[in-house]
Design a binder for this molecule. Sequence first.
Ligand code: 5GP
Ligand code: ZN
Length: 113
Amino acid sequence: MDCLFCKIVSGDIPSTKVYEDDKVLAFKDINPLAPVHILVIPKEHIDSAAAVTAENSAVIAHIFEVIAKIAKEQGIDKDGFRVVSNCGENGCQSVKHLHFHILGGRKLDVTMG
Ligand code: 5GP
Ligand code: ZN
């Protein structure tokens, strides 16, 4: 499949990994919008939050466990952070492989859009 994040999972495109297990990969965003900007993705290709089903949703719970672990490791768990998943055209999703942005390390803007 011609998918940028599948190519990052396979190693065809390099990334700066911060966490990996058999189901999930986390890596630094190439264009960080905050001092900590990490993307967490399922290794299995899921198009977006709109494509989550009873069959594939277990990985989402696991991703949120991983997010909490990464937040602690990055030292942003106490001050707080934001988790964002852009979906589809109106959500301004640019890469069509489900991903969760972890943004932290500074006070973020209050705007949601
Ligand atoms: P979206 O706009 O789809 O929510 O987020 C896609 C994110 O992927 C953007 O924040 C963008 O900077 C990041 N990104 C795009 N291409 C690459 C890449 O090749 N490597 C990494 N590490 N991040 C990327
Ligand atoms: Zn993919």
